[in-house]
Design a protein around this ligand. Structure first.
Ligand code: HEC
Length: 141
């Protein structure tokens, strides 16, 4: 294989650094925090936070801003406003997040997350909380 000339190597390093830099905290979210496409007009992050506590999501997830046992069975849910995929499979849009929340095994039959029996309106409230509020709590010390 031909060796890469030195100036080109420098460019590669710079490109890699700029990609890494894009992952830093404080970067603008991938989707605007007030993104509501796919969520009904009525979606309420306040109700969403209550539902997350009542439906036992915290048995498996740490959710910033929602009290619970700080479980690590599933991934922590403080990053949904910024990550590219839901469960590593669906492009992260509000609509896809709702789809996942309503029936994870329908999206991925091998997932460890069970169908929590959420109605669409409930899933929308939870999605509103996760996309609009949870990451703010995550960044507050
Ligand atoms: C029995 C444990 C369990 C319960 C209860 C549970 N989950 Fe999950 N959840 C998981 C696991 C495990 C994953 C990772 C699944 C995967 O990637 O296939 C996951 C993934 C997720 C994701 C995608 C996370 C990401 O980073 O992409 C969201 C969002 C989510 N859960 C929300 C919820 C909500 C909201 C509730 C309550 C209504 C809930 N979960 C209840 C285990 C659980």
């Amino acid at each position: 294989m031909r060796r890469i000339a030195r100036p080109n190597r420098l460019l590669l390093v710079l490109a890699a650094l700029s990609v890494l830099g894009a992952c830093r905290d404080g970067e603008p979210p991938l989707f605007p925090v007030d993104a509501a496409q796919g969520l009904g007009e009525q979606a309420s992050p306040e109700r969403g936070a209550r539902l997350i506590a009542e439906r036992g999501c915290t048995a498996c997830h740490t959710v910033p801003g929602v009290r619970g046992p700080a479980s690590r069975v599933g991934p922590p849910l403080g990053n949904l406003a910024r990550q590219a995929y839901v469960a590593g499979l669906l492009p992260n849009t509000p609509d896809n997040l709702v789809r996942w929340l309503m029936d994870p095994p329908a999206v991925n039959p091998r997932t460890a997350m069970p169908d929590m029996g959420l109605q669409r309106a409930e899933a929308e409230d939870i999605a509103a909380y996760l996309m609009q509020r949870a990451d703010r709590h995550a960044r507050t010390p």
